[in-house]
Design a protein around this ligand. Structure first.
Ligand SMILES: *Cc1c(COP(=O)(O)O)cnc(C)c1O
Length: 361
């Protein structure tokens, strides 16, 4: 897999232009959506991102181990058991309960910036809007150990452009904030879809995830329409080539039978690498020699097979599963449409076994 860090930088710069004066904080959870967290984090910061966001303490510690000292926001409240690690790595915790505050104070927090998350309708995590001012008061009592740096919420339907739910959430957020003294506090609500198509959600910073990778936040918002450039190419090389006879069948279950003699290329990448087993039966294709070819038979754990017809394909030829080759392109969106899922799940599914290489950094 190759990740083009120039594309990451371009997508960050483009978003910065659109959301200014709001900051961009780059979301690099889940190994930067499968793209490689440290390389992407460094590229995003160089391109102008002001902070990073992760889901787990381990992810934050990886960023710190790489020598990156930018703010790293943990996107949900963590167990009191890891409070010492949060303090030691100087990660920015998200809080919505008093016991989590106390754990951080006991862990020796000193002037630790924290963000409070308000649940305005996602119904996943966060303090209810009517509990916000009480929580902020509890936080103020724990100053100077803890310092309120941000208050935020998360949008549930921002990728559906015309859904009134986004404005309803923003109104609830506004009402909860109205009771507070927000001097110097960073207010934020936007994910990628919010940042790009709901100007009212931008506020002081946007948490940019999927769009930074040049991928689509949802059906209404294709990456092309948004002017984003995809960063990821998933490729392999032909491992074996053979002729097969008409009437013969292939792969586990012999579910595909050839209606003519043809040439089959075997490619050493499978479902353990993140190519879903059912992709072949859904019409999955790859690029070899600048042309599309159909996968045949079920994808196996480590290998998949491709019907290349009479094309002159040889061992070691480059196979592009996601990305461009010649004039052809297979986007992540092609997989997510076939699989009935979203771009996020496809790229997060590319497993640790696939070697990651970055270019343009
Ligand atoms: C993952 C996440 C994001 C990023 O969302 P995208 O749609 O990828 O931009 C932003 N905020 C929170 C709280 C998240 O969990």
């Amino acid at each position: 897999m190759v990740v083009d860090l120039e594309a990451i930088a371009e997508n960050v710069a483009l978003t910065l232009e659109r959301v200014a004066p709001a900051q961009v904080w780059a979301v690099v959870k889940a190994g930067a959506y499968g793209h490689g967290d440290v390389a992407v984090a460094a590229a995003a910061l160089t391109a102008g991102a002001s902070g990073l966001c992760v889901a787990t303490v381990e992810e934050g510690e990886r960023i710190r181990s790489a020598g990156i000292d930018a703010p790293v926001l943990l996107l949900s409240q963590q167990s009191p058991r890891v409070a010492e690690r949060i303090v030691a790595a100087r990660l920015t915790p998200t809080l919505y309960a008093v016991d989590a505050m106390d754990a951080l104070v006991s862990a020796g927090a000193k002037d630790l910036p924290v963000h409070v998350k308000v649940d305005t309708g996602m119904q996943r995590v966060g303090v209810r809007p009517d509990g916000l001012s009480q929580l902020v008061a509890a936080l103020t009592e724990r100053s100077p150990a803890l310092r309120l740096e941000g208050i935020y919420t998360h949008l549930a339907v921002a990728d559906r452009i015309d859904d009134p739910g986004t404005n309803e959430q923003l109104e609830r957020f506004e009402t909860a904030l109205a009771e507070l003294d927000l001097d110097g506090v960073l207010i934020h609500a936007a994910n990628s879809a919010g940042a790009l198509v709901h100007p009212g959600s931008r506020r002081d910073l946007v948490r940019l995830g999927i769009a930074m990778y040049g991928l689509s936040p949802g059906d209404d918002l294709t990456a092309e329409k948004l002017g984003l450039r995809p960063a990821l190419t998933l490729r392999a090389r032909v491992g074996h080539v053979k002729r097969v006879e008409a009437g013969s069948s292939i792969s586990y279950g012999w579910r595909h039978t050839f209606d003519r003699a043809t040439t089959v290329a075997t490619v050493p990448i499978g479902y353990a690498d993140g190519v879903p087993r059912r992709l072949s039966s859904l019409g999955g294709e790859v690029l070899i020699g600048g042309r599309r070819h159909r996968m045949v038979g079920v994808v196996t754990m480590d290998q998949l097979m491709v019907d290349v017809g009479d094309a002159p394909v040889a061992v070691d030829d480059e196979v592009v599963l996601i990305g461009s080759q010649g004039g052809e392109r297979i986007g992540v969106a092609e997989w997510s449409a076939m699989l009935g899922t979203i771009d996020y799940e496809v790229v997060c599914g590319i497993s640790a076994r696939v070697p990651r290489r970055s270019i343009g950094g």
